[in-house]
Design a protein around this ligand. Structure first.
Ligand code: SAM
Ligand code: DTB
Ligand code: SF4
Length: 338
């Protein structure tokens, strides 16, 4: 009989399985991650699903709704991003949305079944007075009984502490890719800058949401390098968003050939095996996946997604389409606070 013991990934699978006794491990290597990724897909997805079931209810999804609270005009030059002022994408820059508009969007998201509300701002780094205003938004959304998440760019320790004080649950700040591939994607801030923000966020007692983007023309080593980096954090991010590049006209990555969705499935499965206790979010790029491809992502251990018609500047599946998908797959939304 064939099993995970018959191919070169056997030791890596055994290590992943040991998490049942040892909990999450932090010393994953690129060689081990590659052995998992390149295993027969049945072995890979089976192992990921088995470990997933050890830590999570396999039939529940965590639903987060995104709102862009400050759009465009960003001074960073992230090659994938439609909101960078360096790229001519037709996105119009706006100032921070007022509180009532944010509360209205959050209430709608809650009524539609989302348990977390994520607010994004196209900043390189907020000023202290920006943080004060975002803190008001966070407090307002938290008062609705929703979990809160914001992504504002680089953050100092004291800014992270102010947001925590306001009731913030999660801070999203992605590494985006491996350290080696990073310079091909962004030149205006360093990998170390990102790691420092993540340390500031963790030290303030916030939960960390950190992942990246695949399908940007990276090598397999880069794709896995990102996961190995995240799995090496002293505490794994509680939430790991895996975004499939949404190609936007006017960005330097607009014509990168689309990644075959099975690579997304394998990436999610490896993320699940390396970080078994983290929520793995099937993030941007869902609009171009079939229902069956999304089902395979859930089987591979994805248990969170963005729910709502828009991401930040691009489209996401419609609510009724997603509700029909969940019903057909027999999956239910995770309830608020667990
Ligand atoms: N400015 C802040 C920052 O960069 O940290 C927050 C907003 S930024 C848009 C949040 C994340 O969205 C990025 O780190 C990136 O991973 C993701 N993202 C942006 N554009 C994307 C695209 N075209 N396709 C997939 N993911 C994208
Ligand atoms: C994350 O990892 N993905 C989200 C969220 N964090 C902020 C953003 C996806 C953006 C996709 C492109 C857009 O809509 O502008
Ligand atoms: Fe700015 Fe964030 Fe877009 Fe980079 S990803 S250009 S920092 S909004």
């Amino acid at each position: 009989m064939h099993s995970t013991t018959d191919h070169p990934g056997a030791r890596a699978f055994a290590k992943a399985d040991a998490a049942r006794e040892l909990g999450a491990q932090h010393d994953w290597t690129l060689t081990e991650a590659r052995a998992l990724y390149e295993a027969p897909i049945t072995d890979l997805v089976f192992a990921a699903q088995a470990l997933h079931r050890h830590y999570f209810d396999p039939n529940r999804l965590q639903l987060s709704t995104l709102l862009n609270v400050k759009t465009g005009g960003c001074p960073e030059d992230c090659a994938y991003c439609p909101q960078s002022a360096h790229h001519d994408t037709g996105v119009t820059a706006t100032s921070l949305l007022p509180l009532p508009q944010v509360i209205e969007a959050a209430s709608r998201a809650r009524d539609a079944g989302a348990t977390r509300f994520c607010m994004g701002a196209a900043w390189r780094a907020p000023r202290d007075r920006d943080v004060e205003r975002v803190a008001e938004l966070v407090a307002g959304v938290a008062a609705l009984g929703m979990e809160t998440c914001v992504t504002l760019g680089m953050l100092t320790g004291s800014q992270a502490a102010s947001l925590k004080q306001a009731g913030l649950d999660y801070y999203n700040h992605n590494l985006d890719t491996s350290a080696a591939h990073y310079d091909a994607i962004i030149s205006t801030r360093s990998y170390e800058d990102r790691l420092q923000t993540l340390r500031n966020v963790r030290d303030a007692g916030l939960k960390v949401c950190c992942g990246g983007i695949i399908g940007m023309g990276e090598s397999l080593a880069d794709r896995l390098g990102l996961l190995v980096e995240l799995a090496g954090f002293p505490v794994h991010p509680e939430s790991v968003p895996i975004n499939l590049l949404v190609p936007v006209a006017g960005t330097p990555l607009a014509s990168v050939p689309p990644l075959e969705p099975l690579h997304l499935v394998r990436t999610i499965a490896v993320a699940r095996l390396l970080m078994p206790q983290s929520y793995v979010r099937l993030s941007a790029g869902r609009s171009r996946l079939s229902r069956a491809e999304q089902a395979l992502c859930f089987l591979a251990g994805a248990n969170s997604l963005f729910y709502g018609e828009r991401l930040l500047t691009t489209a996401n599946p419609a609510l009724d389409e997603d509700q029909a998908l969940f019903a057909d797959l027999g999956l239910a939304a995770e309830r608020a606070n667990g």
